[in-house]
Design a protein around this ligand. Structure first.
Ligand code: HEM
Length: 505
């Protein structure tokens, strides 16, 4: 009995001590977590209660695109809420003011990128090699600064004229190919990839490749498969134990990435490197990359990371070509839109002269068609990640949380747009006939991680759309579907055919 009493009193004592220790630990962790947010006392984020293992992934299941789910959940939880997706804590941000807070006024808190395994795999095991998927760093900043001069050429500068010239060389070449296939169904995608890639390689690297080059078409297909892949959402990004299901796909992508790298090194970089002399005039983007690496200015850039930046930028041709195909899918199914572009281009070029980038100012309808396609496709803003604890709209957001910025809602909200589901370029034209972009329209995002290619996209898309419509009537091919996926820029490599008929202007 005594023994029993001793045991029970010892147990009792231990129990009391354990409870006291637990309470102390709890208080301490509360104190620490309060200290974390001491700069401003944020509120706890609302949000659905996650299920074990999958979190709230099941809530995305009943929508064709996740961004519709994000909008629907906002009705219940408010504009900013938390969402556990698999093993990742996420925050969904709706509404222009909140999105601007993340991208602009608090950019330094939310400037990192997700650490998905496949992003690392594609960039030789380190996503820091990528322009779009690296976290923020001095090197990322300098890479963006070096690009700026090339991707945002000032109107009427030497680079602006160069781009115009390269664009017309490729569009004349494309016209010849389309004329030889006149009247027959044409698989436009490989042709357009070639034209856009040559505009990019001519402009950024001073190289161009003929259509019968033995490896170019294969490299462009590899680039396109990578682009398609990067644009897909994977449940395995959030549930890494599902990744083995994608092993063969990932290794195919890695193979494509190696092929592309080998081509860029041998066919583009090698002769530039051999010809480099210290302090030489920097003619193109490759010259400026090589100069930076060789002169070892801070922050230093290794030749490898310069090569990755170069591959990324050349790869931008895929975004332009895929997007242009989507624009053409809207144009071919809307004869009135096609006719209005043709009337505008005929009026501006009078005798059918070549299009120039300077014509953009006088062709608001053609520009509006491009903007309307960007709006309706609603390519998502690449997810950001909180690089430190912060506050969004008064709510605490912990470091490491993934931030989804719902620009689908900004593009499709009926409170912001009349009949948002309809393709109506006129919504971007003011009563005086000028191009009009509402402040809530952010297809290329804003702030320190904003798109580095948006001017090039607008220039090349304008030139190509105007030139094709000037020279051809575009017809659908019977049996083809021209419905294109939204909230995603990519189309499969094998996609719809079109028929081209020369116009007599
Ligand atoms: C229609 C085509 C395109 C659309 C709609 C688009 C849109 C976007 C968006 C929304 C972002 C994310 C911005 C953010 O996270 O805040 C982005 C990032 C980026 N875009 Fe584009 N883009 C397009 C084409 C291009 C092209 C052609 C290039 C290259 C010439 C390019 C270069 C980049 C780069 C480098 C980033 C990452 C910037 C960073 O993370 O610092 N984009 N783009």
């Amino acid at each position: 009995m005594e023994v029993l009493l001793f045991v029970s009193s010892t147990t009792y004592y231990l129990l009391i001590c354990s409870i006291a220790a637990f309470l102390l630990l709890l208080l301490d962790s509360r104190r620490k977590s309060k200290a974390k947010f001491s700069a401003s006392t944020g509120l706890e984020l609302p949000g659905p209660t996650p299920w074990p293992i999958i979190g709230s992934l099941h809530l995305m299941g009943s929508y064709d695109v996740p961004y519709k789910a994000f909008g629907a959940l906002a009705e219940k939880y408010g504009q900013v809420y938390k969402l556990q997706l698999g093993n990742l804590p996420c925050v969904v941000v709706n509404g222009l003011d909140n999105i601007r807070e993340v991208l602009m006024s608090k950019a330094q808190f939310f400037d990192a990128r997700p650490n998905f395994k496949r992003y690392n795999d594609l960039f030789a095991g380190d996503k820091a090699n990528s322009l779009a998927f690296s976290d923020w760093s001095d090197a990322q900043k300098v890479k963006r600064e070096m690009l700026r001069a090339h991707t945002f050429p000032r109107a009427f500068s030497a680079r602006f004229h160069e781009l115009d010239t390269y664009m017309n060389i490729e569009l004349n070449d494309l016209t010849n190919v389309l004329k030889t296939n006149e009247g027959s169904p044409v698989a436009l995608k490989p042709l357009l990839l070639h034209s856009c890639a040559n505009i990019f390689t001519s402009y950024f690297t001073s190289h161009r490749f003929e259509r019968d080059h033995p490896r170019y078409a294969e490299i462009l297909e590899s680039y396109d498969e990578i682009f398609y892949e990067v644009n897909q959402g994977y449940a395995a990004d959030f549930l890494p134990w599902l990744m083995p299901l994608h092993t063969s796909k990932i290794s195919r992508m890695t193979e494509h990435a190696h092929k592309v790298r080998d081509f860029v090194v041998k066919e583009i970089l090698a002769d530039k490197l051999a010809a480099w002399t210290p302090g030489q005039t920097q003619l193109d983007y490759v010259d400026s990359l090589i100069e930076h690496v060789k002169s070892e200015v801070e922050p230093k850039l290794s030749m490898d990371s310069a090569l990755f930046a170069l591959e990324d930028i050349i790869g931008g041709h895929g975004a332009v070509a895929n997007f242009l195909l989507k624009v053409l899918s809207y144009v071919v199914t809307r004869p009135d839109v096609q006719r209005k572009i043709q009337e505008e281009v005929d009026a501006v070029t009078e005798n059918g002269r070549e299009i120039s980038l300077a014509d953009r100012t006088f062709m608001p309808y053609t520009e509006a068609v491009i903007l309307e396609a960007v709006r309706i496709i609603a390519s998502p803003i690449v997810p950001h990640v909180a690089s430190q604890d912060g506050i969004i709209s008064g709510f605490k957001v912990e470091k490491g949380s993934m931030i989804f910025l719902n620009n689908y809602d900004l593009n499709m909200n009926p409170k912001l747009w009349d009949s948002p589901e309809e393709f109506r370029p006129e919504r971007f034209i003011s009563p005086e006939g000028r191009l009009l972009k509402p402040e809530f329209f952010l297809p290329f995002s804003c702030g320190r991680r904003s798109c580095m290619g948006y001017k090039i996209v607008q220039f090349v898309c304008f030139g190509t759309l105007a030139t094709i419509c000037q020279r051809f009537n575009i017809h659908p091919v019977s049996g083809e579907s021209y419905k294109v996926p939204i909230t995603n820029l990519a189309l499969p490599y094998k996609t719809f055919n079109l028929r081209f008929e020369s116009r007599k202007v």
